[in-house]
Design a protein around this ligand. Structure first.
Ligand code: SAH
Length: 383
């Protein structure tokens, strides 16, 4: 028997496969995906990581007190609001974990009390750390129950003395009794309020609330596959649907005639526009809209040669998919974080004239059962 990698995995529930050797995890994912895809095509071998530990670039800790009123930080026990103390986690970025421990040790000397969910007393609720793999930049988000952090400047100084690699610190105010980590209001107390990372040669801004893939090493492989499947020649009109902060579309733009991005989250669209400008990409436009509604309108008069789509876990919807049929792009590259809805959606597309040509699983979440996949569909009779 190997030593247990994680002492709290039973309580946390995040990594159900933490004790399964990595090669076995990959085999199991490949088998499951092949079974699901069997009616459509034989997937390529799953793309795993060379070094799967500590891949998560985004780390969250909740703060509270133990029975003796010592400050603790860690995770909520699965399906409860009890805090399990955690100092280091096998899948999280190690620097981020170290910053959280430092913050916990600093709090008493600043007389800052953790927030108590039951009584509503106390200030300090959560810490969210986001790290940029390629640039090493680190963002610290301190989530407080009210807007004032005592001795703010000295706190920043003390934290940066221990971790000079921190490039920005943001106070986020969450004064509601919700299970959401972040509230609406934000105040930047150090640095620019965002960090920048590089993916596939392009630079992307990450703000406290914007969506960004949590495994940067695998994201490059995922996007690489999506673009390989897209086979862009430099002339195509490309649609990046569910585009988030525009990552896939911006990476595709060099190889396309023009790119249209559509996304429902306003912050993400703002970041996408900034990201396009930041990278000098001029042949891309972003629209803030529901992807289904947007496509319904586009199907009236627009043209799309290649569709890149990356919907959330719930998958796409009928408004979207029926418009895809009317628009009739030659190729659809479907990036999916949920194989179940992927299968449902490709079934629909297959019924209406598309063929599944290629598919591959990409392991974005080692030690968990989750599987990301890319699938290429082509219109019948088109090359
Ligand atoms: N392609 C991006 C984001 C993928 S996550 C990346 O790789 O980073 C899925 C995105 O779909 C999220 O940004 C979410 O806000 C967006 N989304 C969810 N429902 C949507 C809808 N109905 N219409 C458009 N975008 C939607």
């Amino acid at each position: 028997m190997r030593d247990k990698i994680c002492s709290v995995s039973g309580k946390c529930g995040g990594c159900r496969w933490v004790d399964k050797p990595y090669q076995e995890q990959l085999q199991e994912k490949e088998k499951r995906f092949a079974r699901l895809m069997a009616p459509y095509c034989k997937p390529e071998p799953v793309i795993g990581m060379e070094q799967p530990a500590h891949y998560r670039n985004k780390v969250h800790a909740v703060f509270g007190e133990d029975r003796r009123h010592h400050i603790i930080s860690g995770i909520y026990e699965a399906a409860s609001h009890r805090i399990v103390p955690v100092d280091s986690c096998y899948i999280e970025n190690e620097k981020a974990d170290a910053v959280i421990v430092t913050i916990r040790k600093l709090l008493p000397s600043f007389r800052i009390r953790p927030y108590n969910e039951d009584t509503g007393y106390g200030l300090f609720r959560h810490v969210l750390i986001r790290t940029a793999h390629a640039t090493g930049q680190i963002m610290v988000v301190l989530v407080l129950a009210s807007p004032i952090l005592p001795s703010k400047n000295n706190f920043v100084k003390a934290l940066r003395k221990e971790h000079p690699e921190i490039t920005t610190i943001v106070v986020n105010v969450n004064d509601r009794g919700t299970s959401m980590v972040l509230g609406e209001r934000e105040q930047v107390i150090y640095g620019k309020g965002y960090i920048e990372d590089v993916l596939c040669g392009k630079t992307f801004r990450i703000s406290p609330k914007s969506f960004y893939q949590v495994n940067p090493v695998q994201t490059e492989k995922l996007y690489g596959k999506a673009l390989e499947y897209a086979r862009l020649s430099g002339r195509e009109t490309v649609l990046d649907a569910y585009c988030g902060t525009g990552t896939i579309g911006i990476i595709a733009a060099d190889r396309a005639g023009s790119v249209i991005g559509v996304e429902l989250n306003a912050d993400a669209v703002r970041d996408a526009r900034i990201n396009a400008r930041r990278n000098g990409v001029e042949n891309i436009r972003f629209y803030l809209n529901d992807a289904g509604k947007f496509l319904t309108d586009l199907a009236e008069q627009g043209n799309v040669d290649v569709l890149l789509m990356d919907p959330p876990r719930a998958g796409s919807d009928e408004a979207f998919l029926s418009s895809v049929i009317r628009l009739g792009p030659s190729r659809v590259v479907y990036v999916s974080c949920n194989p179940e809805t992927l299968i449902r959606d490709i079934k629909y597309l297959k019924k209406h004239g598309y063929q599944v040509k290629r598919a591959v699983g990409v392991d974005m979440f080692p030690f968990t059962e989750a599987l990301e996949a890319v699938c290429l569909l082509e219109k019948h009779g088109k090359k």
